[in-house]
Design a protein around this ligand. Sequence first.
Ligand SMILES: Cc1cc2nc3c(=O)[nH]c(=O)nc-3n(C[C@H](O)[C@H](O)[C@H](O)COP(=O)(O)OP(=O)(O)OC[C@H]3O[C@@H](n4cnc5c(N)ncnc54)[C@H](O)[C@@H]3O)c2cc1C
Length: 480
Amino acid sequence: MATKSKIQEISIPKSESVEAWGMNSSSISPVFRPKTQEEIINIIQWANVNKKSIALRGGGCSYGDASINSQGIVLDLTNFNRIIHFDSKKGIIEVESGARIKDLWENGIVNGFWPPVVSGTMMPTIGGALSMNIHGKNNFKVGTIGEHVLEFTFVTAKGEVLVCSPKKNSELFYSAISGFGMLGVFLTVKIQMKKIYSGKMKITPVVTKNFEEMFDYFEREYKSSDYLVGWIDAFASGKSLGRGQIHKAVNLESGEDPDFPANCALEKQHLPSRLFYLIPKKWMWILMRPFSFNLGMRLINFAKYIASILVNGKEYFQGHAEYAFLLDYVPNWKFIYKPGAMIQYQVFIPKENALDAMKEIFQLCQSRGIVNYLSVFKKHKPDPFLLTHSVDGFSLAMDFPVTKRNKENLWKLCYEMDEIVLKNKGKFYFAKDSTLRKQIMESYFPKENLKKFKLLKKKYDPNNILSTDLYRRVFLNETN
Ligand SMILES: Cc1cc2nc3c(=O)[nH]c(=O)nc-3n(C[C@H](O)[C@H](O)[C@H](O)COP(=O)(O)OP(=O)(O)OC[C@H]3O[C@@H](n4cnc5c(N)ncnc54)[C@H](O)[C@@H]3O)c2cc1C
């Protein structure tokens, strides 16, 4: 560990507001924004000597308090964002950890490569994505992002710089990825991108009348799909419980697309910033806002379901970015949930229990009168990372508005849903979480993984400098 003499003096920046993506929690903290590896290492060493608590922050796209620190400093890595090298033959990209998924795909697609795993938004950094070990709509097929990382450099919370890969320092490789920023900082990352042969994919929209049909379709079609995602109308009940729409996507084969590579140009991928060439999309949240209450959202979900019947089975071609990041093209859509904003509650349930568990969850929400406004359904497979959230099964992500009036009851509902998830051997995901409690986390994580994580935390962060509101809430049982 560094001694005081080797560390450059640091002046603590002015405090500012740091917000969760769902805008339901925030802190006032000093925020460092280093641009170089040397600055990052120096801050880590300085924090050790001065016993300062630091939360690492990437794009701030975690829905809850994963990159917030009410009790200390925030280290924002978004200015540490260079593309170091892109091997356009092999599709291997090396970036600084503050580069975003947007940088990855924009650099890749013009050379015929797409990131192997992307989230529903292109704004996360690679450091944040590895730290949560994100999954995409292709999780059932290619696993999580960590499975495509060839190597990374890492400064542990003690200040030691290490190179990690599945073979080199492999214990740290498999625990820093998924380690939610608690063991150290990702510095540079090498990722294997995926070859594509078209700027578009073939999409099949399929309407499903209830949960049973949704599950059946996923199980029948996943082997012939590259991506699968389901939207569910959470307001439907009875025989229609879990009704919705699936979008299946398949990549085109080499030689199949006469417009390749022209349709990989960025101007063919990004969507126009105006709706019908007229209304700026940045105003759309204002137009949507009048519907942001239970009856309005019931209507919108119903209208979406009817629209999906009209296009059922009608195949079309869609650009990669549009399929992957549709919501990014409606800027600030989350503002419809203001002033209290929103939480996402996402559960991962083994396949043998998932259907019954999800039905029970929806019925519970309806009986409590708190129905989520947007539900997304995906299929998953297990992965080898220490704090993995994935299962051999399915996930359901549910967006709930938070208001002064419903907050207490919403949290109670989440606690009730936690019990259904535990009973069905399910899991939760730190990237999405706002409500998890220590006793629930200890019940669903395998004991041996938890024990190993605690040992690694002591080994790589002996002064406990890395901490977040999420860590204190879920691991230390503290409220901020
Ligand atoms: C609209 C939307 C859609 C989403 N869709 C998906 C999805 O489909 N699949 C999915 O898996 N997730 C999804 N997410 C969640 C998102 O991908 C994760 O929360 C991701 O971790 C965010 O990365 P970030 O850079 O914003 O990091 P932050 O949210 O800022 O931080 C996340 C974690 O990473 C740590 N961290 C940040 N940088 C570093 C670093 N350099 N080194 C070490 N630790 C670091 C932080 O301490 C924190 O624990 C979605 C989020 C949104 C808002």
